[in-house]
Design a protein around this ligand. Structure first.
Ligand code: SF4
Ligand code: SF4
Length: 333
């Protein structure tokens, strides 16, 4: 039904490959989740990119290839990688911070690149730039406008924190003005910089703040013809809990060869797989998939281990709600 948010269950036969082709970036966002100690500092070569993409290609499944960094457009071979990904049958997305290095818009085409996604954390420079860096809002929005007018399918990702929740509703007129038809609202994950003690200012919003604001802004955006996706986060009593690590296929690949199935695990050396000599190898012993099977009253195990403050309990110690898999989404529009 139109304009009612629906939960998008994990789809059997669909897979998402989140491919970090380098970790370098021109920005230094306050909530950056890249952790070079864990993810390396390498920039993959053209040959490695093709070989690693081939490891995950499967013509029988709908496979999404999402190129990430760092800033993926800093990689001079990104247009080549996009073309190869398309040849291998992937639906291709690039997530950029908006700088579009190496003239990406001139070196690829909307026929090869299915979606170009821009990260923006505010509807104006006063909100966005204290989080993402001075001058970033103007550059990012100018490049969104260029990409839209060049015929690319453009989406925007907004990572909600205490620093920018108040401005989320003002994204709706901005997206309309920029003619962006797809909007992803993201919850701040406690990884990388935001997991550190000094990150108080860019911290997660409370359950009440999230539920009071995000679904309503998504509804308002949907009324304007914008398709919105946001994480479920809090399950209702009657909703089923499922761990994507068990029922879906998601691979988060880093340039040092680590391959995770769960993004919450990325700050820890518990990756289920490793790429070694261009081969995908299953890690043995205690790794992330040992946790996926644990059945706990709080829902997501990794959330309970890494972000216990997100759960509230009654006076008997029973959780008041369960936390969904971070990969479970709501859609509206
Ligand atoms: S643009 Fe992305 S990789 Fe770069 S600093 Fe910001 S969050 Fe980190
Ligand atoms: S976020 Fe939680 S539920 Fe989702 S894959 Fe990771 S451990 Fe499983």
């Amino acid at each position: 039904m139109k304009n009612i948010a629906r939960t998008v269950g994990f789809k059997p036969g669909e897979r998402n490959i989140f491919f970090h082709i380098l970790t370098a970036c021109n920005l230094s966002c306050r909530h950056c989740y890249i952790n070079k100690k864990q993810h390396g500092t390498e920039q993959l070569s053209k040959e490695q990119i093709v070989k690693w993409m081939t490891l995950f290609a499967d013509a029988d499944k709908k496979s999404n290839m999402i190129f990430l960094g760092g800033e993926p457009t800093l990689h001079p071979d990104l247009p080549f990688a996009i073309e190869k990904a398309k040849e291998l049958g992937y639906f291709v997305t690039v997530d950029s911070n908006g700088y579009l290095f190496h003239e990406l818009l001139h070196k690829t085409t909307p026929g090869l690149l299915d979606f170009l996604s821009f990260s923006l954390d505010g509807p104006d420079s006063q909100t966005n730039d204290p989080i993402r860096g001075e001058g970033v809002f103007d550059i990012c929005t100018a490049n969104i406008a260029r990409a839209v007018s060049a015929g690319f399918h453009v989406s925007v990702i907004y990572t909600v924190s205490r620093k920018n929740l108040h401005a989320l509703h003002r994204m709706v007129p901005l997206l309309e003005k920029l003619q962006v038809k797809k909007f992803f609202i993201q919850v701040l994950g406690l990884r990388g910089k935001s997991a550190r003690a000094d990150s108080e200012e860019v911290s997660r919003v409370s359950r009440e703040q999230w539920l009071d604001t995000v679904p309503e802004v998504a509804r308002l955006a949907a009324e304007k013809g914008i398709h919105v996706t946001y994480p479920k986060v809090f399950l209702l009593a009657e909703e089923k809990f499922e761990c994507a690590g068990l029922v879906a296929e998601n691979y988060f690949i880093f340039p040092n060869g680590r391959v995770y199935q769960c993004p919450l695990c990325e700050d820890h050396p518990i990756n289920a797989y490793m790429i070694e000599n261009n081969r995908l190898v299953k890690n043995e012993g205690l790794d992330e998939d040992s946790f996926f099977k644990l059945n706990i009253a709080e829902g997501c195990v990794m959330n309970k281990l890494l972000q216990p403050d997100t759960i509230e309990y009654d006076d008997k110690g029973v959780p008041l709600y369960r936390i969904s898999c971070c990969l479970l989404k709501q859609e509206i529009g």
